[in-house]
Design a binder for this molecule. Structure first.
Ligand code: ADP
Ligand code: MG
Length: 344
């Protein structure tokens, strides 16, 4: 009971530690932080100088002695110290210092990370003052956040297309029955657009421009109204600024290779799914989460390729953090009722 009363006053939080974005949900307040998972580092001292949105603003425009990194870019922790500093920064930013109570923290992590990496994440949350830390695999959090009935004895398939990784899982009775992680997702789509411009037009464009093209006119499936867009970059030969107009058909062609890899990992997961659960998927279909799933035509493409119904979660960018939040609330229910829902 005391624990329950305490929990009303503490800033218990759910964190989506994404390869591109970190989101934090605080119980009773909702999503309070949404920042890029970016750290700016001083080259000389090797110390972080900025985190999140502030660090991202420095990307590409930094003085020579500062560079920006995305420590989780490929779904694995590239640099333990930097990742830990970033986690600590986000938790401290949100944690109400006036509150004497240490928060409980539930963190959604890419499912591909190793035991050592898990420990590093936990340790960072401990050091930031967490009273209790629990890690949850991102596909599971995404499925909870998308409102899928994952504790029931039926098959639930979630495909989370993030920045650095695509995670696919079939969940039943609260557990991941089959899961796969692929290091091709939104970033790789941007990369393919950059390559296309370079090869076809000798035009060099930055990552941010490529992402902009993807979001504005990118698609995975023919559009009813095909579009075009003016894109500015630097001519590889003359070195001068140049503008070209690109069509949505061309962008789709540029995206076809990475999209095929994403389709393939979904198919491979289906092939490994036990028959009973596959049968459920025929009715329930596949649910998409993650910012990458916002690319137009992805549901149509996956549906054509798998012959299953495919739907996007209502807010793909927040599924994981909302799932972590729901999980936190379940922790309270357990305390009070002493009965664990089967997915905990
Ligand atoms: P992560 O969980 O790995 O941090 P997110 O779920 O936050 O990743 O998704 C980030 C990715 O989503 C980026 O590659 C970004 O370009 C992409 N994205 C965001 N909005 C859109 C959109 N409207 N269309 C296509 N891609 C999008
Ligand atoms: Mg994610």
């Amino acid at each position: 009971m005391f624990d329950y009363i305490f929990s009303l006053f503490s800033n218990d939080m759910g964190i989506d530690l994404g390869t591109a974005n970190t989101l934090v949900y605080v119980k009773g307040q909702g999503i309070v932080l949404k920042e890029p998972s970016v750290v700016a580092i001083n080259r000389d001292t090797r110390e972080p100088v900025a985190f999140g949105a502030e660090a991202k603003r420095m990307l590409g425009k930094t003085p020579a002695n500062i560079y920006a990194v995305r420590p989780l870019r490929n779904g694995v922790i590239a640099d333990f110290d930097v990742t830990q500093e970033m986690i600590k920064y986000f938790i401290r930013k949100v944690h109400n210092r006036r509150s004497l109570l240490h928060p409980r923290v539930v963190i959604g992590i890419p499912s591909g990370i190793t035991e050592v990496e898990r420990r590093a994440v936990k340790e960072a949350a401990d050091q930031a003052g967490a009273r209790y830390v629990e890690l949850i695999e991102e596909p599971k959090a995404a499925a909870i956040g998308a409102g899928m009935p994952i504790s029931e004895p039926t098959g639930n398939m979630i495909v989370d297309i993030g920045g650095g990784t695509t995670e696919v899982a079939v969940i039943s009775l609260g557990g991941m029955v089959v899961s796969k992680s692929l290091d091709v997702a939104g970033d790789e789509l941007d990369e393919s657009i950059m390559q296309y411009f370079r090869r076809k037009y000798n035009l060099l464009i930055g990552e941010t421009t490529a992402e902009d093209v993807k979001i504005k006119i990118g698609s995975a499936f023919p559009l009813v109204d095909e579009q075009s867009l003016e894109v500015k970059g630097r001519d590889q030969v003359s070195g001068l600024p140049k503008t070209i107009t690109i069509t949505s058909e061309e962008v789709r062609q540029a995206l076809s290779e990475p999209l095929k890899l994403i389709v393939d990992v979904v198919k491979a997961t289906l092939e490994e799914t036990p028959a009973e659960l596959s049968a459920d998927l025929v009715d329930r279909g596949i649910v998409l989460a993650g910012g990458g799933s916002l690319l137009r035509g992805i549901p149509e493409l996956l549906s054509r390729e798998t012959e299953l119904p495919v739907t996007r979660a209502s807010d793909p960018l927040t599924c994981v953090v909302m799932g972590c939040g729901r999980y936190l609330e379940e922790l309270d229910n357990i305390k009070r009722s002493r009965s664990r829902p089967s997915y905990l």
